[in-house]
Design a protein around this ligand. Sequence first.
Ligand SMILES: Nc1ncnc2c1ncn2[C@@H]1O[C@H](COP(=O)(O)OP(=O)(O)OP(=O)(O)O)[C@@H](O)[C@H]1O
Ligand SMILES: [Mg+2]
Length: 356
Amino acid sequence: MTADPPLLRVEDLRVQFPGDDGLVHAVDGIGFEVRSGRTLGIVGESGSGKTVASMTILGLTRRQGAQISGRVLFEGKDLVTLSEEQLRAIRGNEIAMIFQDPLSSLHPLYRIGRQLVEAVLTHQDVSKAAARRRAVELLGLVGIPDRSRRMDAFPHEFSGGMRQRVMIAMALVNEPKLLIADEPTTALDVTVQAQILALMERLQRELGMAIVIVTHDLGVVAEMADDLAVMYAGRIVEAAPAAEAFASPEHPYTWGLLRSIPSLGRRRDEDLLAIPGAPPSLISRPSGCHFHPRCPYAEPDHARIDPQLEPVADQPEHLVACLLGSGERRRLWAKLRAGATPEQAIAEGRTAGGTA
Ligand SMILES: Nc1ncnc2c1ncn2[C@@H]1O[C@H](COP(=O)(O)OP(=O)(O)OP(=O)(O)O)[C@@H](O)[C@H]1O
Ligand SMILES: [Mg+2]
């Protein structure tokens, strides 16, 4: 770890939406850091708060009536306290964001070139001709062939992967210091997904930017991320350097995600079959550990005690929020990694005289 202050530091961020049925606790006290040139992967099932968290970094949930607390320190400035106007100066300039569905972000009736030129003109005080040259250059940077001619195409004439490349080009207009990518490859097939991830990695190397990549898919994290944060029901339940998280994951939810990593060619909607049950309502969350109703290893008092995110013994960078003892977790993961089902792992602990 370097001693430089992190580019982005999120502290105890909470985002709630008032609704007819009560407060939606979409993001419930999360924190993490991202340094220049590094990639943080945020994973979790649908509804765990990944998009709300990333949009809140850019101040985009305010307009949806969100109640926000905590700090989002970008180069030391707290974005939560900035005015809309001050945020606009940062958005698209120093921090850029790309979303899952490029079709919803590109205007269907305008040619790709025009949209890129407008993006350049929004952020840079240059002539139209210079903006067009920059747009063509950006299309080249993201690997679009025949780019001068492609400038005149409409979004529907591009494939999904090409459209995502265009979105990346738009995000890079000002060479942002931080790129937030929310499911940038989920809508793409496996081959194109790999190309887009490789593109993002190359651009990161060339431009030195930090990336926060939000995904359902631990395979994407394995490919891209230096650090991993696992979200469940609006909270981070495990955070660690990615290699460490893959080698010795500590949280039963992370185990479930890992056991469901899609093998090549498997359909994406099958990813999470290995975790039975559904994520909880974020209006009335389970008491105690929010994961306990789905946790095969939960003990009765886990419904009462709220686990805190704490360092794993002798690994200060590896944090977990789990009420199981560390010895028991190590034993269970060893069994699971060797191919046992959760039921087998539990049963073997009993016969071996392990913790009851
Ligand atoms: N504007 C809003 N008003 C009320 N509730 C919202 C709003 N936006 C999001 N939510 C709720 O916040 C929770 C978290 O949503 P979010 O979109 O962040 O999940 P996610 O982890 O990105 O899921 P996915 O993987 O499906 O994209 C969900 O319960 C969602 O219904
Ligand atoms: Mg989302």
